[in-house]
Design a protein around this ligand. Structure first.
Ligand code: ATP
Ligand code: MG
Length: 405
């Protein structure tokens, strides 16, 4: 079997999917914008061929170049696990007649308004929403949505340019802040806790499922620098709230005509006990969520995903053993990390329940916390008991401090 995988080297987690594909015995052809010399050793080893393109976001150009490069080679799959490239992968599939989701189907996972319309048409609970391209349309949306209202890009990621608006005065400000966004979605604000529902599917049927809880919800985590965002996988997926989300998620996959591969959905659980759809992508979640799922069951989903999309088989034992948590830290001050306080005490307290320490070390320049959820590094830990896992995460969130200067 021969597989084209877009951006095999970047973002960094793509390197793991590239490795996974090679490990299930297929020939992997990479197309990306990284220079061939800069490919990670793991990627070089996994690839049977690599085409560097000058602009990976220029869809027509990439389709042309890739078609010319692989002329006469029979390709069985065209895959992308990075959100900005899922449409491009579908375009190449359509051009070559390779099986997989069509451009129209993938659009249902990419366009936030279209996705909600399709999910709503299936009778599932979504926030009321509308598409707006002008200020007048946004003001009109306010009449319909009321306050609080969410204003966010139609094709956004990483909560960029996403605002909760409470009043006309705030809306006035947000209109200025989002002036560069060509199309926005205006939505009813859903009060509630926020979760993910993640799957690997064959023909839209989940062969693997996962839920995580965001603590706090991403919009809050993205609005206040002092927060150390925590995300924890749910070991027990049979709890009532998880079951509601899973049922919603399965129906959403059907409504959108999911095919094969990863999905990453976000949903809200309201005080009334209702699961409300947030958004969904036909790709894995970022920010290390796949590593968290791996730590939950001691499996390698980078490889199992590859097995599923190539051979429609999942071989690993999915028993959920742990609640796996990640804590993202943001340093106090600007410039380079100077010192880390509280880390040793945390490690002594939790010992072997800690599985990763990737905090930036003294001397490293700070990252822009608005640009990357990874912030100034993260810690990962896990525990079979939910409350203990949460305590461990919050202990790190509250009692470990990075200082920069
Ligand atoms: N209708 C809504 N009601 C309540 N909160 C919302 C709503 N829409 C978005 N949010 C909040 O804003 C966050 C970002 O919105 P959304 O997930 O649609 O954008 P995104 O940029 O794709 O996010 P990311 O890439 O971080 O997942 C959500 O995780 C949620 O916390
Ligand atoms: Mg989101």
């Amino acid at each position: 079997m021969r597989v084209v995988f877009l951006q095999p080297n970047y973002p960094p987690e793509m390197q793991q999917y590239t490795r996974g594909l090679a490990e299930v015995g297929v020939k992997v052809y990479g197309v990306g914008d990284s220079h061939p010399d800069s490919l990670a050793p793991m990627v070089k080893k996994a690839l049977s061929g690599y085409l560097q393109v000058p602009r990976i976001m220029d869809e027509d150009d990439v389709v042309e170049r890739t078609s010319a490069w692989l002329k006469g080679v029979e390709i069985d799959r065209v895959l992308a696990n990075w959100e900005p490239l899922v449409i491009l992968a579908a375009k190449i599939r359509e051009r070559w007649g390779v099986p997989g989701m069509s451009v129209d189907t993938v659009r249902g996972f990419r366009d936030k308004q279209l996705m909600k319309e399709r999910v709503r048409a299936a009778g599932l609970r979504t926030p009321r929403s509308c598409r707006a391209t002008t200020k007048a349309e946004i003001w009109a949306a306010r009449e319909e949505m009321g306050y609080p209202m969410i204003v966010k890009p139609i094709a956004g990621a990483g909560s960029a340019d996403t605002y909760r608006v409470e009043s006309d005065a705030e809306l006035e400000k947000v209109l200025a802040l989002t002036a560069h966004v060509s199309e926005v979605s205006c939505e009813e604000y859903i009060e509630g806790e926020e979760f993910t529902y993640d799957t690997i599917c064959v023909g839209g049927r989940p062969i693997y499922e996962n839920c995580t809880q965001y603590l706090p919800k991403p919009l809050e985590a993205r609005s206040h620098e002092w927060i150390s965002p925590v995300v924890i996988t749910l070991k027990d997926m049979s709890q009532p709230h998880a079951r509601k989300g899973i049922e919603l998620g399965r129906n959403v996959l059907r409504a959108l005509g999911m095919g094969d591969g990863f999905t990453h959905m976000e949903w809200f659980y309201t005080k009334k006990g209702e699961a409300v759809f947030g958004e969904i992508g036909c790709r894995p979640g970022g920010a290390r969520i796949v590593d968290q799922m791996n730590y939950t069951s001691d499996i390698d989903l980078f490889r199992e995903w590859a097995r599923v999309v190539c051979w429609h088989a999942f071989d690993a034992d999915q028993t959920r053993k742990y609640n796996a948590g990640i804590i993202f830290k943001r340093a106090k001050g600007q410039g380079r990390i100077q010192q880390i306080v509280g880390l040793n005490a945390w490690k002594q307290r939790w010992g072997n329940w800690i599985v990763e320490d990737e905090l930036l070390r003294p001397g490293t320049p700070r990252r822009d916390w608005k640009q990357t959820l990874l912030s100034d590094g993260h810690l990962m830990c896990r525990h079979p008991d939910w409350d203990t896992a949460k305590e461990m995460c919050f202990d790190a969130a509250q009692n470990i401090t990075l200082y920069a200067g």
